[in-house]
Design a protein around this ligand. Structure first.
Ligand code: KIV
Length: 288
C-alpha cells in the first residue's frame, strides 16, 4: 500500500507544540545541502536548521563568525531544493542582524528568498527591536539563548551559561521577552538542566535544547555530530548514532586499493562497442 507523503511542517505548527500539553517532542537536525536535507526529512525531522555551524563542520573554520549571508543563502538554497517536509530554519550569521533593523530585515529576506521558511538569531532582550521588525515583515523568528556561539569572544570560549542563580534568572527573563515579542520557538544551548526546565515551564512556546538536558520541548543536534562525521571535538551533549567517518575512510581506502590493483573498473562497470565497429577500428579480442 502506498504511504502518503508526510505533511509539510510550518512555523505555526511548531509554535503550538508543547511537551507539557502532551505533544510529541520536536526533532530538529542541522543540514547544509540537498542530500543531507533529504536524509533529515526522510528520518522525520520536524525542522532542518541550516545552521551557521556549517562554518565549522563543513567549511573548516574554528568558529561560526566567518560565514556571511551569501554563504548561508547558498546552503539554504541547496537544502530548499530537496523540498523537505521539515520546516527550513535559516540561521542569520554574525553581523547580519547587529548593525541596524533595516539590514536585519534585508538579510533575513535574502535567506527567505533562498528558501528558508523562518529565521533564527542569537541573543536575548537586546535583540528585541530586530525580532519585532522581522515579525512585522511577516518572517517567523526562532530565538537562541544560553551558549550563543556567535558570542564566543565575549563569553571567553564555548562555555555553559546560566550556572549562577542571577544569570539563570536573566535567561528566564530573556526567554519570556522573546516569547512575548512573538518568536515561535527558542533554542536553549549549553545551560544547566534545571535552568532549561524553568525556562520551558515559563513560556508557552516550545524550547529546543542542545546541551540543555531532557526537559525541553524538543532537541537539536548537528548532522555531522549525530552521524560521527565530525570527530575533532565531541561535546559532552552529543550522542553519536553512527561512525560514518570511519566507514567512509574504509570505503575510500577500498576504492583506492582497487584502482591501484586494477580491480576497478571491471567489465560490467565499463562501456563496450559492437564487434563490427571494433573491427573497423582494427581492434580485436574482448574488452573493446
Ligand atoms: O548553527 C547551529 O548548528 C546551531 C545549533 C547549534 C542550534 O545554531
Amino acid at each position: 500500500m502506498a504511504t502518503s507523503a508526510p505533511k509539510k511542517i510550518t512555523a505555526p505548527m511548531v509554535g503550538s507544540r508543547k511537551a507539557s500539553d502532551g505533544d510529541d517532542k520536536l526533532v530538529m537536525l542541522t543540514a547544509y545541502d540537498a542530500p543531507g536535507a533529504r536524509m533529515a526529512s526522510a528520518a522525520g525531522a520536524d525542522m532542518i536548521l541550516v545552521g551557521d555551524s556549517v562554518a565549522m563542520v563543513v567549511l573548516g573554520y574554528d568558529d561560526t563568525l566567518q560565514v556571511t549571508v551569501d554563504d548561508m543563502a547558498h546552503h539554504t538554497a541547496a537544502v530548499a531544493r530537496a523540498k523537505p517536509h521539515s520546516l527550513i530554519v535559516g540561521d542569520l550569521p554574525w553581523m547580519s542582524y547587529h548593525v541596524s533593523v533595516e539590514e536585519t530585515v534585508r538579510n533575513a529576506a535574502t535567506l527567505i528568498r533562498a528558501g528558508a521558511e523562518c529565521v533564527k538569531l542569537e541573543g536575548g532582550r537586546k535583540r528585541l527591536p530586530m525580532i519585532e521588525a522581522l515579525i512585522d515583515a511577516e518572517i517567523p523568528v526562532m530565538g537562541h539563548i544560553g551558549l550563543t556561539p556567535q558570542s564566543v569572544h565575549t563569553m571567553g570560549g564555548f562555555k555553559v551559561q546560566g550556572k549562577k542563580a542571577d544569570s539563570a534568572l536573566e535567561l528566564v527573563e530573556d526567554a519570556k521577552a522573546l516569547a512575548h515579542a512573538g518568536v515561535f520557538g527558542i533554542v536553549l544551548e549549553g545551560v544547566p538542566v534545571r535552568v532549561a526546565e524553568m525556562i520551558t515551564a515559563a513560556i508557552d512556546i516550545p524550547t529546543i535544547g542542545i546541551g540543555a538536558g531532557p526537559h525541553c520541548d524538543g532537541q537539536v543536534l548537528v548532522y555531522h555530530d549525530v552521524l560521527g562525521i565530525e570527530d575533532r571535538f565531541v561535546p559532552k551533549f552529543v550522542r553519536r548514532y553512527a561512525d560514518l567517518k570511519s566507514a567512509s575512510i574504509d570505503a575510500l581506502t577500498a576504492y583506492a586499493d582497487d584502482v591501484r590493483t586494477g580491480a576497478f573498473p571491471n567489465d560490467e562497470e565499463s562501456y563496450h562497442m559492437g564487434d563490427s565497429e571494433a573491427d573497423a577500428l582494427g581492434l580485436y579480442g574482448s574488452g573493446s
